[in-house]
Design a protein around this ligand. Sequence first.
Ligand code: EPZ
Length: 429
Amino acid sequence: MDKFRIKGGKALRGTVAISGAKNSALPAMAAALLTAEPVALHNVPKVRDLITMAKLLACMSATVSVTDLPSSDYVIEAKTLNHAVAPYELVKTMRASILTLGPAVARAGVAHVSLPGGCAIGARPVDLHLKALEQMGAEIATEHGYIEARARRGRLKGAHIVFERITVTGTENILMAATLAEGETILENAAREPEVTDLVALLRKMGAQIEGDGTSTLRIRGVEKLHGAEHTVIPDRIEAGTFLVAGAITGGDLTIKNCAPEHLGAVIAKLEQAGVPMETVNKTTLRVRGAKKLVGSYMTTEEFPGFATDMQAQYMALATQAEGTSAITETIFENRYLHASEMVRMGANISVDGRKAVVRGPARLSGTTVQASDLRASAGLVLAGLVASGETIIERVYHIDRGYEGIVEKLRAVGADIERVHAPSEYAA
Ligand code: EPZ
């Protein structure tokens, strides 16, 4: 099991190119199940979750071809969809597998998808996905850990759906299902994340009729059939946000290119509030420099356009270096502070009480061995390691490989002293 070894204290300088968005490429790949024709996706990040999604689609008898020059281009073709089963072996490694349920039942009339189990950051049920599909006339049965969704009369029907709470993949799942349903579907309290808007752009290219993207009310008029399309996935705003914090926390000077500044409004505002000089160089480039003095403040995670929960751990790392007290409130997931105790092991002053965390700084961090618990927690620990004195070893970095393309190479290219250590698994036979 690989580890990262980081020697902290280096100011990062130079340019980082951002990859495509994992959380946009995943639903885009699932959307290919909606048509028998090829769907070509460009700028797909080379991260493990996309490989898992490709395996999942292949399980459902789609062909997936990948070209790696320099970012991944995928061509997915689900000529037939008569085996719409998402096996537990794959689903247990990636909850986003649930994104195949909506398109598969809409296209094939029936789908079997393993229920995603719990997750380090929260229970993460999918009840809102299932309730909405039922409203669209699907019969839902869960047995032996699998969801079976079957469209009455073989086709879903449009419905007026009001989500009890905003759900990103829930919105994406039902949005895809509604494109082939009979009649109109209205989704209220829908997610407005840029990844949802990007999915709408792809679905429109496939012939779907959708209005309201970017708002919390989506209107979808179902069509008989969708066709193939070509689409370039948006940049990864969470990867970009992570590098913005890396530049700020190390007191460096980083240019972040191939990003979408308009997707990072809340993050940029929070960093500026903390005293970080930010510059929008052009439509796809941001520049961040070290702050004269980082100051603590409050931060509450929210759905887009609020401050993303996927940036909370990175913000906490920054707060450990800020003057004064920072108060963090995590409103999206009930158990998303696993990185805090690892940062405390490095010398941070953090107290957690339920969904609230209080960080007092600045703290002098010192390197030690820490455990990554999930994708974004790992990113927070990498940032803490970049400012800690001495050597930090981060174990279980398979978490970070799920969602960051070449993070070690990108950090080394701007001066970080970081390396990946291939360690044989102590559990290997
Ligand atoms: C998406 O997860 C992202 N994943 C997550 O990114 C991100 O943290 C999250 O949205 C919030 O922004 C992908 O896009 C693949 P939700 P998702 O449904 O859709 C509750 C990363 O690091 N809920 O918006 O699973 C749920 O438990 C990942 O890249 C229900 O109660 O999140 C949570 O508390 C981590 N019932 C809240 O809603 C449901 O049926 C929001 O979850 C669905 C959700």
